[in-house]
Design a protein around this ligand. Structure first.
Ligand code: AMP
Ligand code: GLY
Length: 427
């Protein structure tokens, strides 16, 4: 089968690796992905016309869309118009992630547990609501996509008021901040759950735990994710059952009832609160770096899973399960990320294929690398996702860190505590 993957980060590298054995293309791709697929560095994921033209020229049987912005721009719809199956939701279904107001209203209408909230489309009304609040922290969210930066946990009234000014008056996130959601602050361990669906049928993949802050012990700025482990030990059998009954099935049914059936993967961002599991947010794609830990745990025919989803035949899919064992991914970033950082640093320790010679059981997913004269150089904030498997979580974590120890570049930055909370079994 000829398959094109849209995107060029660590997540897309994990998708490409999992699709191994097929004729693979990736646009834009990156230097690590180039070892497994033909890449097209000049065609950005958000260049919808370019992506559609390329898919047509290559005559692919399937396009797997990695990033949220390409989905929100309607890439899946455009491919459908020319008869190319796409793994990823339509623009209308992708609103589950691209509009917080849409997703919160959907949850309210269909009784799906989530934080209490109010929606505002003008700053004065939002501010007077904050003045009336008695309890802090409170959570302020820009309606649209904001590169993972549109959520502000305001510890006090002053911070909340200035967040509203920044989003709605200074337009920090542009049009994404035209409307905001102000919601109740929830507590409890966070769990990421991944469900593949063709709009009716479902296949649940492994759960995972992200580490969003830049620094150890969840300090510092929010990032796209500094590491992940899977499965998430807080996703117990009873929480899984509750999540399926109260969240997963109702969400998929609700999208159908609203006339925008969801086809692709729903990434449920959940919190196990003292009052039960609640949805913090939905994403309409695989997570990055969650894909790097959940996909290596999948045992079966991944190509068939994605193709059957894209063509609405998931009911006939049988060849796939979540395998045993654990995975851990440590993200190696450029010093300064997520703020200003330098690129162009030589990465020492990787072999020609961008992996490690003496640790064949470790996979290095490339996120921001460039190759020149046979050497790898850094080219982004998040550079590598160093991923290891183990029979226990501790073994996976230890192995990932042993692998990180073999890699070096100037001002390399990574967290030392990936998986620590999961091992301790507390928040
Ligand atoms: P998001 O960008 O939507 O993934 O949100 C970023 C992070 O903000 C989440 O992973 C949570 O840690 C936190 N968060 C979002 N909403 C809430 C909430 N209602 N209560 C507590 N924390 C939240
Ligand atoms: N790692 C979080 C995300 O992909 O949204």
């Amino acid at each position: 089968m000829k398959i094109m993957v849209t995107g060029g980060g660590g997540r897309e590298h994990a998708i490409v690796k999992c699709l191994g054995g097929e004729e693979l293309y990736c646009a834009p791709g990156n230097s690590g992905i180039a070892a497994n697929a033909k890449i097209f560095p000049d065609i950005k994921a958000t260049d919808v016309d370019g992506q559609v033209k390329l898919a047509k020229e290559l005559g692919v049987d399937l396009v797997v869309i990695g990033p949220d912005d390409a989905l929100a721009l309607g890439l899946a719809d455009r491919l459908a118009e020319i008869g190319i199956p796409a793994f990823g939701p339509s623009k209308s279904a992708a609103r589950l992630e691209s509009s917080k107001v849409f997703s919160k209203d959907l949850m309210k209408k269909y009784n799906i547990p989530t934080a209490e909230y109010e929606v505002f489309d003008n700053a004065a009304a939002a501010k007077s609501y904050i003045e009336s609040l008695e309890k802090f922290p409170t959570v302020i969210k820009a309606d649209g996509l904001a590169l993972g930066k549109g959520v502000i946990i305001a510890e006090d009234r002053e911070t909340a008021l200035s967040a509203i000014s920044e989003i709605m008056e200074d337009k920090k996130f542009g049009e994404s901040g035209k409307r905001i959601v102000i919601e109740e602050f929830l507590t409890g361990p966070e769990i990421s759950v991944f469900v593949i669906t063709d709009g009716i049928n479902t296949v649940e993949l492994s759960s995972a735990m992200d580490h969003k802050r830049a620094g150890d012990n969840d300090t510092g700025l929010n990032t796209g994710g500094m590491g992940t482990i899977a499965p998430n030990p807080f996703y117990t059998e009873s929480i899984k059952k509750e999540t399926n009954e109260r969240i997963i099935k109702p969400t998929i049914d609700a999208m159908r009832a609203e006339g925008c059936p969801f086809s692709g993967v729903i990434f449920f961002g959940l919190m196990a609160t003292p009052d039960g599991v609640k949805v913090i947010e939905y994403n309409s794609r695989f997570g990055d770096p969650e894909a790097q830990v959940i996909l290596p745990l999948f045992e079966g025919n991944f190509t068939e899973l994605l193709y059957k989803t894209a063509t609405g035949k998931l009911d006939s899919f049988t060849d796939g399960t979540i395998g045993n064992g654990y995975t851990a991914c440590v993200v190696v970033a450029s010093g300064g990320y997520p703020e200003k950082y330098e690129t162009g640093k030589v990465i020492e320790g990787l072999n020609e294929a961008g992996q490690l010679d003496d640790m064949p059981d470790v996979t290095i997913y490339h996120a921001g690398t460039k190759i020149a004269d046979g050497k790898y150089y850094t080219s982004g904030g998040r550079v590598l996702g160093v991923t290891a498997k183990g029979l226990t979580l501790k073994a996976a974590i230890d192995r990932a860190y042993k692998a990180v120890g073999k890699i070096s570049f100037d001002k390399m930055q990574y967290r030392l505590d990936i998986g620590k909370k999961a091992l301790l079994g507390n928040e």
